[in-house]
Design a protein around this ligand. Sequence first.
Ligand code: SAH
Length: 217
Amino acid sequence: MNDVQTDNPAEQMIREQLLDRGITDMRVIEAIRAVPRDLFVPARQRENAHSPRPLAIGHGQTISEPYIVGLMTSALRVLPEHRVLELGTGSGYQTAVLARLAKLVFTIERVKPLLDQAFDRLHQTGCSNVKLRHGDGTLGWPEEIPFDRIIITAAAPQVPAQLLLQQLSDGGIAILPAGPGQQQSLIRVLRSGNKLEQDELCLCRFVPLIGKEGWPE
Ligand code: SAH
């Protein structure tokens, strides 16, 4: 007899790409379970929505693979009272996952059509605790500082220290990919006073973060 869960691509994704690979924080798993990933990918990609790889979302950008979303979200240790800043809204998928874990999510995207599409999808999926902004995310969101958590889903040349020291609360955590080449390190930063303590989680590959504290256009 068939196991019902085996036939469901979303459950298979959760089991094989998250639980079996060590993403076991059940708040994170439940948040990912609650967000229909296929709604956040272009129609032509729908049948690949749960596959273990990043997918093109137009404008030269990608939605991260499920494992990376799970890993970054777990490492961020988001609590229900947190205000989270996300740079690089893209499809809005990671935003929707964060919205289920945090009090408020502030997300910035530099490609306007992607931001508009993400706005519609977030609305459709009932995320009412997300604020969206068009522009260069490396400038942060000064009117709303400080943030308990900051997540950057595009690759910076190095850790954007000025942004983090201005906008991350003391004791706050940031997760971001950084590095000079095509391949980057996924870095977790803990702000402690004026210090940014860093540890590397793994190697990764992201599209570039373009802006004042990112790569030039
Ligand atoms: N988390 C996204 C991944 C998007 S890819 C998802 O789940 O789909 C990274 C995104 O960062 C791209 O959409 C790109 O346009 C955006 N980006 C790059 N530099 C940026 C910047 N300085 N400010 C805001 N967004 C930026």
